[in-house]
Design a binder for this molecule. Sequence first.
Ligand SMILES: Nc1nc2c(ncn2[C@@H]2O[C@H](COP(=O)(O)OP(=O)(O)OP(=O)(O)O)[C@@H](O)[C@H]2O)c(=O)[nH]1
Ligand SMILES: [Zn+2]
Length: 212
Amino acid sequence: MDAIIKPWPKTGQQTADTSDIARPTREQAEEAVRTLIAFAGDNPARDGVLDTPGRVVEAYEEMFRGYRENPKEVLDRTFSESEAYDDFVLVRDITFNSHCEHHMMPFYGRAHVAYRPVDRVVGLSKLARLVDIYAHRLQTQEHMTAQIVTAIDEILKPKGVAVMIEAEHMCMSIRGVTKPGALTVTTQFRGTFREDPNEQVRFLTSIRAGQR
Ligand SMILES: Nc1nc2c(ncn2[C@@H]2O[C@H](COP(=O)(O)OP(=O)(O)OP(=O)(O)O)[C@@H](O)[C@H]2O)c(=O)[nH]1
Ligand SMILES: [Zn+2]
């Protein structure tokens, strides 16, 4: 079997640009899983794990589909707001699952996304779809938070954007320091949410209002 195409281009960038990365074949990816099974101490040829590489690769297609999805396409469709709506729109408690880029272990929690529209609004589900695109990549929570804010800011050009993410990292709960229940909270504010402390406070209290 051909070796996986290496070396991959070294880049100082923190954010993924995978356009020039040659994707390994499915067979190469499955072989890598067999290597990890053997590294864990098991026998990749054992009956019970024979189909595991295929399943893991399928799971990777699903969990990392965000590299093949385009935020611009999701946020492109907007609706004109005929009645003069003049406040922020908040979709809170958007559940997500992601994987940390340090250990490739899950981190999961809730994202709260608000923006203050100018004339046009975006479908509410699209904000959740945007969260999912970035969640389905290898991430740090800080990058994910910043990427969501930047995408909304650059594509919708609203008066302001705010994002808060609260998540538990399994690399902290089931290994390493082993602190289950520790929540990491990240926030990013742009425009009105950054300039107006009152807007920021309203965002933060709206997230907790009528808490479920
Ligand atoms: N800032 C940040 N750190 C993260 C995130 N996900 C995981 N980490 C941390 O990444 C760090 C990696 O630290 P290293 O010392 O290089 O790796 P390690 O020896 O496995 O660290 P421990 O987890 O402390 O055992 C750990 O402190 C993790 O908690 C994230 O989204 N943001
Ligand atoms: Zn981690």
